[in-house]
Design a protein around this ligand. Structure first.
Ligand SMILES: [Fe+2]
Ligand SMILES: [Fe+2]
Length: 324
């Protein structure tokens, strides 16, 4: 039976239990409020991810039972009245020959190479020779061409937004396009600095994350130690080198990368101190949140809100009743 023929995790309700193959994305130990050791298991059915809490065990115990991350198991799930999902019985090894590991891969729907060339086109449209013949736009193209292979494959996150293979190029193009169209409203902004900053704001993610063959990202060994803002600045330095780019503009490009998370408590290296950096921070935040809604709306019924307050949105999401 094909993966698409099984009931989806999104169809799980307190009235309807579900049995199907799922991919074990992540298992984490945590301690519940009443002091029990538990495991948060994140499972994916090829459409959506849900979290199941397993009580009185640890990840190590589950490993000893032969269960491990990045494998597919056949599981039975039920949901209680409070909306918590339970795993009923032990997961069993997958026997269905029609199910493949690739059914659980995460990839963007669009052609990543096409998105990449659109990003380069956008950057060339704002090329500005006012500050010299070696422009910021030339530098941005040079960087992107140099890191192309990793950039088009990379996920933009481990979870939260654009967490698929190709997610980074999609997110970067979205932010750069939104920045470009904002120029129609905010006419005094530096178009080249804004669009190049938007296109490059997350390039450091190619070093912060490793994206596996199924499109899942994990932190690279020093990924969290430096973070994608520092890595992004390093990449700019590497390509700007001794070339004849306007030094102040290269510094401002690095400032945009350093400050795009807006607040120090959200990981920003600095707070935005030029208008272009302020706008990129807002557009970046908006694109990430809108992507979260896109995913949530796939599983949410019209006229309903999510059961829980969502991490990243800090609220329950509502889907208008007139939407499908
Ligand atoms: Fe970022
Ligand atoms: Fe971003």
């Amino acid at each position: 039976m094909k993966n698409s023929e099984y009931p989806k995790l999104s169809e799980l309700t307190s009235m309807r239990a579900i049995a199907r193959p799922v991919y074990f994305k992540k298992m984490e130990n945590f301690v519940s409020t009443n002091g029990k050791t538990c495991v948060a298991l994140h499972v994916y059915d090829g459409y959506s991810t849900i979290r199941v809490n397993i009580f009185d065990v640890t990840v190590e115990v589950l490993h000893n039972r032969g269960l491990s991350e990045k494998n597919v198991y056949y599981c039975k799930f039920s949901k209680n009245e409070k909306g918590f999902v339970n795993l009923d019985g032990d997961p069993s090894p997958l026997k269905d020959p029609d199910i493949r590991l690739s059914d659980f891969g995460q990839r963007i729907e669009q052609d990543a190479d096409e998105l990449f060339s659109n990003l380069l086109k956008l950057i060339s449209m704002v090329r500005d020779t006012k500050y010299g013949e070696d422009t910021l736009s030339d530098l941005a193209v040079r960087i992107l061409m140099g890191i192309k292979e990793d950039f088009v494959r990379s996920s933009a996150a481990i979870s939260m937004h654009h967490e698929q293979e190709g997610g980074l190029v999609l997110h970067s193009l979205n932010v750069a396009c939104a920045a470009y169209y904002s120029l129609k409203v905010y006419k005094n902004l530096d178009a080249e600095l804004l669009v190049c900053g938007a296109a490059l704001h997350d390039i450091g993610k190619i070093k912060e994350y490793k994206t596996d063959e199924l499109g899942y990202a994990t932190y690279s060994p020093l990924g969290q130690g430096l973070g994608h803002m520092i890595y992004g600045i390093e990449i700019v330095d590497e390509y700007a080198g001794q070339e004849n780019y306007n030094k102040e503009r290269v510094e401002l490009l690095k400032h945009i990368i350093a400050s795009h998370h807006g607040e120090l408590e959200y990981g920003a290296v600095a707070k935005p101190c030029i208008p272009e950096a302020v706008l990129i921070h807002s557009l970046d935040d908006a694109d990430a949140k809108l992507n979260m809604f896109e995913k949530i709306y796939k599983d949410l019924k019209p006229g309903e809100n999510t059961e829980k307050t969502l991490f990243g949105l800090d609220t329950k999401a509502y889907k208008p009743s007139y939407l499908k």
